[in-house]
Design a protein around this ligand. Structure first.
Ligand code: FAD
Ligand code: DLZ
Length: 510
């Protein structure tokens, strides 16, 4: 009995369910860098380098651990350009009895793999991905019968399930489930943000950088200054670096944005957690330990754990519960094309320029840049959900459909009609001014709204509120916005709408 075990590029975990009970002498592990996966979106060059290099290191690690591994390196002339073609070829060569794999993270590929049984003529066993804390079924059970799904309630269930930050009596540590109210400080340069954890590229990574520069030169971003970890050991060192240097301030400055600092106090661990180099539960446990040891305050540790145990698990549950229909949602009826400056960063709006430029250089922007800058602008401007989703899927090293789609389509674009979030995260320039120091360096004036040099976010915000009255006026969390809008003088409202119409007609020139 020889099984073929397929391990995907985001499944680089030694405890992967596909490896359970396998026979190192009989079974063959298959991993492949293929054109179809590398090209289904305009993946950032650094994401390609990260995945290909991490895959190569993981294959070496498996071999050292006694596994037989067939590994296909990328080449544009490879005869097999899809995972199916590679697997079909290896099934033939091995005369395999069965293909075993762990469920993949996106609907597109899931649909393909589900057909392999018929197409390859061998049984295909798809095992649950046990690296997530809640199974798909557990999430579906929790969601059943609820009119609205709210992360906070799901998160509490996950706290109880794992015991993370729970007292022996079953109460939340610190007497509260959530310390978010403490987590909204503006960062003014002090305390200094720690240098990000960086790894010097080894020979394997350097080889992959060459490959990506040669064959993916038209992809977004740059391979310059590639310093991501590509092994589990280095990803673990990145986690330790975060806990030692950034976690203590993570909560305080979680919502801050800086004109000069790309990373602030964020962990920069999502690329590693999402491709399997770090285990999400172990990351949460390490953070909890830091609190018990008095090395970080509760608002930081709870806030950090909530992102992984709460948001990360929640969006994954939403994805699998609602796909494939979820990807088609456009409840606000958006029709505008994505402005080209999302790809170039070439805009006079300082916050947008800075967020896009960091994205281009680093394949990373932190949550508030994604949500309240590039996301907020797309929401206010009424960009077509599928276009903005594809942008987010392409440009970040941590982007996979299961996590990107609910965050963008649901959280940012409110295109699911409020299924994921109770109100849209729409904000004027004032929010960006409060949370950052961008506005004092900007061509546009944040304190103006209708003039030619007024911050575009201001008029666009009121246009959004006005044009979606039908959808939001009845939402109790939006009532104050409508009262504020209605009490402005008619001439002022007209001037704001005129300015917004002008901006919407000239998005490319902003
Ligand atoms: P930290 O701020 O240090 O947070 C810690 C961890 O919490 C992250 O590593 C991540 O694993 C998890 N996390 C935090 N917020 C979320 C969230 N909303 N959803 C899921 N996990 C979360 N995250 C991705 O992993 N991939 C994506 O493609 C992605 N796309 C996003 C698109 C938009 C529009 C928005 C608003 C958010 C998106 N996020 C995505 C969530 C979040 O922005 C990133 O996880 C985070 O910025 C990664 O940086 P970090 O590791 O420094 O995170
Ligand atoms: C994202 C990605 C890329 C760029 N390349 C590969 C690849 O060559 N081989 C592979 O097995 N996986 C790759 N991936 C990840 C997959 O496209 C897909 O996003 C995940 O496996 C879904 O779980």
């Amino acid at each position: 009995m020889a099984n073929l075990i397929l391990i995907l590029g985001d499944q680089l975990s030694p405890n992967l369910s596909a490896l359970d009970g396998a026979d190192r002498n009989e079974d063959l592990v298959v991993m492949a860098e293929v054109h179809d996966e590398a090209s289904y979106t305009n993946h950032h060059k650094k994401k390609l380098v990260l995945l290909f290099s991490a895959m190569r290191h993981f294959a070496d690690h498996l071999r050292e651990d006694g596994w037989q591994v067939h590994y296909q390196r990328y080449h544009p002339d490879n005869p097999h350009q899809s995972l199916e073609a590679v697997v079909a070829d290896q099934v033939r060569q091995l005369n395999a009895d069965r293909v075993i794999t762990t469920e993949c993270g996106e609907w597109r590929l899931h649909e393909q793999i589900s057909q392999w049984h018929d197409r390859l003529g061998v049984p295909v066993e798809i095992r649950p991905d046990t690296r997530f804390i809640a199974s798909k079924e557990e999430f579906a059970d929790w969601a059943k019968g609820r009119k609205q799904l709210r992360m906070e309630f799901f998160y509490r269930e996950m706290r109880k399930k794992t015991g993370l930050l729970m007292t022996p009596e079953g109460e939340p540590e610190g007497g509260q489930w959530n310390f978010d109210a403490d987590n909204r400080k503006k960062w003014t340069g002090k305390p200094p943000a720690p240098a990000p954890f960086q790894v010097e590229p080894d020979a394997t990574t350097r080889e992959v950088i060459k490959l990506v520069d040669e064959h993916f030169s038209d992809h977004f971003g740059t391979t310059d200054d590639f310093h991501f970890a590509v092994t589990a050991e280095d990803a673990q060192a990145a986690l330790e670096h975060f806990i030692d240097f950034a976690l203590p301030c993570f909560g305080d400055y979680q919502d801050a944005i800086s004109d000069t600092e790309d990373w602030l106090f964020h962990s920069i661990l999502s690329p590693y957690i999402n491709c399997g180099l770090l285990d999400p539960l172990a990351v949460c446990e390490a953070a909890a330990q830091a609190w018990y040891a008095g090395r970080a305050p509760i608002n930081a540790v709870e806030g950090f754990i909530r992102q992984i145990l709460g948001w990360r698990e929640f969006v994954r549950g939403i994805y699998w519960l609602n796909m494939p229909a979820y990807a088609q949602e456009n409840r606000l009826g958006n029709t505008r094309a994505l402005p080209w400056f999302y790809w170039t960063g070439d805009t006079k709006m300082r916050c947008m320029h800075k967020a896009i430029d960091a994205t281009r250089r680093n394949a990373y922007a932190h949550h508030i840049q994604r949500l309240m800058v590039t996301g907020n602008f797309a929401l206010l401007a009424g960009i077509r959900p599928e276009e903005i989703c594809d942008w987010y899927l392409a440009v970040y090293a941590d982007a996979y459909d299961w996590v990107e789609l609910p965050n963008v389509l649901g959280m940012v674009m409110h295109a699911d009609g409020g299924y994921l979030g109770s109100k849209p995260y729409a904000a004027s320039g004032k929010y960006i001014q409060r949370q950052s120091d961008h506005c004092s360096n900007c061509h546009y004036k944040v304190n103006k709204a209708t003039e030619d040099d007024a911050c575009p976010f201001n008029a666009l915000y009121w246009h959004f509120i006005d044009r979606h009255r039908h959808e939001f006026a009845g939402n109790p969390r939006m009532g104050m916005m409508y009262r504020n809008w209605d009490k402005q003088k008619p001439e002022r409202r007209e001037a704001l709408l005129r300015r917004a119409e002008h901006l919407l007609a000239n998005l490319e020139q902003l």
